[in-house]
Design a protein around this ligand. Structure first.
Ligand code: ATP
Length: 572
C-alpha cells in the first residue's frame, strides 16, 4: 500500500526534492543552534570580546533569515505538493467512477461515492506533505541530537535516551487504536452523506408523505453515530497527546536535575548544561513530530485505503483488447439465445431470440417487470448478457468499443435526467461540438421554440437542479431535442411520450415519427395509441417473447396483445 502511495509523488518529483532538501537544511541549522549557544556561553562570554559577540549576532541573524525563507518554502511548497497529490487522486477517482458500469451504480449509494471523492481524501494531502518529510527529519534530528549529546556527556545522553523506547511503544500502541477510530469515523460520515443525498433529492416525496419527522429521526441516528465515532477518535487522540506530553516533560526534568548534579561535580560546564537541555528538546521534538504523524497517518491511510478499495474495482463492462471502433452502423439488431440475470437469484431473460431489421420501428409491450427495459439496456451494453449474444449489423456488440457502440444509440428515458445549467447547455449535451444553428434546429424539431421564446432569457434560462423548473412535458421535449442533435441510427424510446398532454403528444409523436424514419427504433410503450404506426409489436412476458407481429395481426390473433388492446380501448 505504501508503494502505491509513493507512486503518486512521481509527477511532482521536483516539488518534492525542493521541499525535502529545504527541510533537511532547516533541521541541520536547528541541530547546530545549541552548539552555538554552548560556545557562546563557555567561550565567548568569559572572553568579554564585544566585537566578536556583535559579529556572531549578525551571522546568527543571517542564518535565521535563511532559515525563515526555508521554513516558508517547506510550509508552502510542502502543502502545494500535498494538495497536488490529493487533486490527482480525486480526479483519478472521479474518472474511475465515470467509467463504472450500471451494476456498480445499482449497488452503490451516491452519498458513499461522494464521501470517497471528497471527505476521504481531505487528510491525504496533509499526509503526503508531512509523512515522508517529517519521518525522515525526525529520524535525522533524533540521531544527530543523540550523537552530539553523547559527545558532550555520554552518561547524561544515555539517561536521556533511556526513556525513548517507552515513548516508541506508546506511539505504536496509540497508532493501532487511532487507525481503527478514524476508519470508523470515515464510514460513519459516508452514511451521513448518503442519508443527506437521499433526503434532499427525495425532498418532494418526503413532503408529500409528510415524513419530515421520520427523515429527521433517521438523520439524527446517523449523525449521532458519526458524533460518537468522532468522539472516540478524539478521545484516543487526547489520550495519545497527553501521554506523550507527560513522557517528554519527564525526560527534560530528569536531564535538568541530573545535569545540575553533574555540574556541581564539575563534570559539566554551564554552557554544556544549557546546550544539553536545549538538545533534549531537539531530541524530543522528533517524538512530537512522530506523534503528530501518528494522528495523521491513520487518518490519511484510512482514506487512502477506501480510495484504493474503489480504484481497484474494475469496471464490469470493458472493451476487449481487440475491440473495434465501429462507424456507420445501420442498426440491424439480433438477439441470439440471450440469457440475462441481474443477480444470482432470478433469471430475467431466458433464451431470447430477436431479429430487428435496420430501419424498423419495434414496439415492446407486456406486463410490468417482464423485461422490456432490460432487453433495451443490453443493446448499449449497460449490462452484458450471461449467455448468448447480441449483434448489430452482424458484429457482436462485445467486439465493438463501448464508446463507438453507444455513439450509435440514442435513449430517451422515461425519467428524463437533465443537468443543472441552461436550456442551451442541456440540448447541446447531445452533441458537444454542436453549432448554435444545430441547437436551434433541434429545438425547433422538438417543438420547443415557442416555449423558449416565451422565457425572458430564452436559451440561456437556467432550468434548476435536474430541470426542476420545467414541466414534465417540457423536460421530455428537451430530451427529444437532445436526441435530434445526437442523430443516432438506433433509437430507444422508453415511454418517451408518457409525460405529455394529448395535444403536445400528437405533435411530439409526429416529430418522433420523423426522427424514427430510416432508423431502427425500439419503443417501450404502455399506451398502445402511440405505437399504432410501429412496423412490429413484440409482446414480452415473464416467459419470454410471447407474440411478434404487426399491430393488426396481433389484435386479430386474439392473444395477450389483443386483450391489452381491448382493455385500453374498452372494446369487448
Ligand atoms: N437494476 C436492476 N437490478 C436488479 N433487478 C432489476 C434491475 N432492473 C430491473 N430489475 C428486475 O428485472 C425485471 C425486469 O425489469 P424491467 O425493468 O426490464 O421490466 P419492464 O418490462 O421494463 O417493466 P416496466 O414496464 O414496469 O418498466 C424485474 O423483475 C425487475 O425487478
Amino acid at each position: 500500500m505504501l508503494k502505491r502511495f509513493f507512486s503518486y509523488y512521481k509527477p511532482h518529483k521536483r516539488l518534492f526534492i525542493i521541499d525535502f532538501s529545504s527541510a533537511v537544511v532547516v533541521a541541520i541549522l536547528e541541530l547546530a543552534f545549541p552548539v552555538a549557544v554552548q560556545w557562546f556561553i563557555d567561550k565567548l562570554l568569559p572572553s568579554g570580546d564585544w566585537n566578536t559577540i556583535v559579529t556572531i549576532g549578525v551571522l546568527l541573524l543571517i542564518v535565521y533569515l535563511v532559515s525563515t525563507v526555508l521554513q516558508f518554502i517547506v510550509s508552502y511548497l510542502g502543502h502545494k505538493l500535498g494538495i497536488n497529490i490529493e487533486t490527482d487522486m480525486r480526479e483519478q477517482l472521479f474518472t474511475h467512477v465515470q467509467r463504472q458500469s450500471f451494476r456498480f451504480f445499482d449497488n452503490t449509494k451516491t452519498g458513499h461515492v461522494m464521501s470517497r471523492i471528497t471527505n476521504d481524501l481531505f487528510d491525504i494531502g496533509e499526509l503526503a506533505h508531512h509523512g515522508p518529510e517529517d519521518f525522515f527529519i525526525a529520524i535525522m534530528t533524533f540521531i544527530g541530537a543523540f550523537l552530539i549529546m553523547f559527545n558532550i556527556n555520554p552518561e547524561l545522553a544515555i539517561i536521556a535516551i533511556i526513556m525513548v523506547p517507552f515513548l516508541v511503544w506508546l506511539v505504536t500502541f496509540c497508532n493501532v487504536k487511532m487507525n481503527h477510530a478514524w476508519k470508523n469515523m470515515y464510514s460513519k460520515i459516508a452514511d451521513v452523506n448518503a442519508r443527506v443525498e437521499d433526503s434532499v433529492s427525495g425532498a418532494r416525496v418526503v413532503q408529500s408523505f409528510t415524513n419530515e419527522e421520520f427523515e429527521i429521526n433517521r438523520f439524527k441516528k446517523d449523525n449521532g453515530s458519526f458524533r460518537l465515532a468522532k468522539l472516540v477518535a478524539y478521545k484516543v487522540m487526547a489520550g495519545t497527546h497527553s501521554s506523550i506530553y507527560m513522557m517528554t516533560r519527564l525526560v527534560t526534568l530528569v536531564v535538568l536535575v541530573v545535569g545540575a548534579w553533574f555540574s556541581f561535580n564539575g563534570k559539566l560546564t554551564y554552557g554544556e548544561l544549557v546546550s544539553f537541555v536545549l538538545y533534549v528538546n531537539v531530541l524530543i521534538k522528533p517524538v512530537d513530530k512522530i506523534s503528530a504523524l501518528l494522528e495523521l497517518y491513520p487518518k490519511g491511510m484510512a482514506g487512502f485505503r477506501r480510495f484504493l478499495d474503489l480504484i481497484d474495482q474494475e469496471p464490469e463492462i470493458k472493451d476487449r483488447p481487440d475491440a473495434e471502433a465501429v462507424k456507420g452502423l445501420m442498426g440491424d439488431i439480433r438477439f441470439n439465445d440471450v440469457h440475462f440475470r441481474y443477480d444470482e437469484h432470478k433469471a430475467v431473460l431466458e433464451g431470447i431470440n430477436l431479429n430487428i431489421r435496420a430501419g424498423e420501428t419495434i414496439a415492446f409491450v407486456g406486463p410490468s417487470g417482464a423485461g422490456k427495459t432490460t432487453i433495451c439496456s443490453l443493446i448499449p451494453r449497460f449490462y452484458d448478457v450471461n449467455e448468448g449474444a447480441i449483434s448489430i449489423d452482424g458484429i457482436d456488440i462485445r467486439d465493438m468499443t463501448k464508446h463507438s457502440l453507444r455513439s450509435h444509440i440514442g435513449i430517451v428515458q422515461q425519467d428524463v435526467f437533465l443537468f443543472t445549467g441552461t436550456i442551451k447547455e442541456n440540448i447541446a449535451y447531445g452533441k458537444k461540438n454542436a453549432s448554435e444553428e444545430e441547437i436551434f434546429e433541434a429545438a425547433r424539431k422538438a417543438h420547443l421554440v415557442d416555449f423558449i421564446a416565451s422565457l425572458p432569457e430564452g436559451y440561456e434560462t437556467q432550468i434548476g437542479e435536474r430541470g426542476l423548473k420545467l414541466s414534465g412535458g417540457q423536460k421530455q421535449r428537451l430530451a427529444i431535442a437532445r436526441m435530434f442533435l445526437k442523430n443516432p441510427p438506433i433509437l430507444i424510446l422508453d415511454e418517451a411520450t408518457s409525460a405529455l398532454d394529448t395535444a403536445t403528444e400528437k405533435i411530439i409523436q409526429q416529430a418522433l415519427n420523423e426522427l424514427a424514419a430510416n432508423r431502427t427504433t425500439l419503443v417501450i410503450a404502455h399506451r398502445l395509441a402511440t405505437i399504432r404506426d410501429a412496423d412490429r409489436v413484440i409482446v414480452v412476458t415473464e416467459e419470454g417473447i410471447a407474440e411478434d407481429g404487426t399491430y393488426s395481426e396481433l389484435v386479430n390473433q386474439g392473444g395477450i396483445f389483443a386483450k391489452l388492446h381491448h382493455i385500453q380501448f374498452q372494446e369487448v
